[in-house]
Design a binder for this molecule. Structure first.
Ligand code: LMR
Length: 396
């Protein structure tokens, strides 16, 4: 059965993680995979998460099944994080969130669900987008179309081009948007652009599908959700894949949710029943532990405060690194866009050859596309990385 199989190349992000691990140089720097790192280069367990773990250990009474939708407490907590407290959508029974194994689980279950609702619809994704969007959505059999997003010269959003291309989308096509902290570019839509885009989505009757993987790491928990909330108020139907990997630091616990908005309570009941049946047929039920930690934090005032303080600290550290890095690169050209962009990632805008130069000569690891994880820098490595980038720019 296996004799015809070829060995596949690894996903570029996972491949880079492995090459970094195998590099024996003690001063190597990992700017590849998107995980938050503190000033010492560690990805710590957040204090609020550690405290929630202790409480959970004492209070948990069973490991029995949770059901395909996961925990109701987690689901309503995530809905509130995404939409804000007292959303009219909740009161009208037009929205629910279903716990999933990470943001990837949410994206894939959304894709399988779309395949049932609209087998012929296309999903429009930004160029560039997170590499794993393509197999996650395409693997469910959906047709993928691209819309231009980033201007490769200025490394800013090419909004006119984006809008012109989305004008060609067909009624009921889906548009995948990054809720905040666009991965891989860090270039986000302004609120005016969210409004113009919402008008286009309404006029052309498209279905917005938002990937929210970095809420709280751009401008703040509320601020980062403003575009998504504006859209959610305006359209009849919408899907949101949310991840708790980065903002709760729960990466390996695989914690996320798929939020579904429907145009009325009756359709919503049918949609969620279909989605739960899709889930049952794939992994039956989500893992419980990460979601229980998030639920414990969100439901406890003091832990919630502690978590938000820690998240604010992470965001502020990334913002400061952006300012310092742009400053240190300034002699080599205009890198101000790094200071303006949001979240973990930016493109350096250097060539593949220069990326390889950094890896070979200096043990500095970034994706071939020149995406760097800003949070991988530290006060100690930042000047060294900036000097190496300037050297790489001179070298080719
Ligand atoms: C990234 O883009 O580096 C992260 O989302 C991690 C991953 O799974 O690719």
């Amino acid at each position: 059965m296996f004799e015809h199989l070829k060995v596949l190349p690894q996903d570029p992000i996972l491949q880079l993680m492995q090459s970094f691990r195998e590099d024996p140089r003690p001063d190597k720097v990992d700017l590849g995979v998107g995980v938050y790192r503190d000033a010492a280069g560690n990805t710590p367990i957040m204090g609020a998460v550690r405290e929630a773990s202790k409480r959970l250990l004492l209070s948990e009474t069973t490991k029995s099944y949770v059901g395909p939708a996961g925990s109701q407490g987690f689901n309503s907590g995530l809905t509130e994080l995404l939409l804000g407290a007292d959303s009219a959508l909740s009161r009208d029974q037009r929205v629910s969130t279903i716990q999933t194994p990470g943001g990837c689980g949410a994206l894939r279950m959304a894709a399988e669900f779309i395949k049932i609702c609209k087998p012929d619809a296309s999903v429009w994704v930004s160029t560039p987008t997170w590499a794993n969007h393509l197999p996650l959505l395409g693997g469910a059999g959906l047709r993928i179309r691209d819309y231009p997003y980033l201007n490769r010269q200025s490394l800013e959003v090419d909004f006119d081009d984006m809008m012109a291309t989305l004008e060609t989308a067909q009624k009921e096509d889906l548009v995948l948007l990054h809720g905040c902290c666009h991965n891989p570019s860090g270039a986000d839509l302004t609120m005016d652009q969210w409004q113009d885009l919402t008008a286009l989505i309404q006029r052309k009757q498209l279905l917005p599908f938002v990937d929210m993987a970095y809420q709280g790491l751009g401008d703040g928990l509320e601020e980062d959700a403003r575009g998504l909330r504006y859209l959610a108020e305006a359209v009849p139907e919408m899907l949101v894949a949310a991840s708790c990997s980065k903002n709760f630091g729960l990466y390996r616990e695989r914690t996320g949710g798929l939020m579904v908005i429907s145009d009325n309570a009756k359709n919503h009941a049918a949609a969620t029943s279909q989605l739960l049946s899709v889930i049952r047929a794939h992994y039956s039920m989500p893992p419980a532990h990460g979601a229980a930690l998030v639920e414990t934090i969100l439901q406890n005032k003091e832990l919630n405060r502690q978590w938000q303080d820690e998240l604010n600290g992470m965001r502020e550290r990334i913002r400061q690194l952006r300012l310092d890095f742009a400053d240190k690169l300034a002699p080599a050209g205009d890198f101000d866009f790094i200071a303006r962009q949001k979240g973990m990632f930016s493109f350096l805008g250097i060539s593949e050859k220069q990326v390889h130069y950094l890896r070979e000569q200096h043990g500095i690891y970034l994706l071939e596309s020149s995406r760097i994880n800003m949070a991988g820098l530290s006060d100690e490595t930042l000047p060294r990385v900036a000097a190496a980038v300037r050297e790489a720019l001179d070298s080719a």
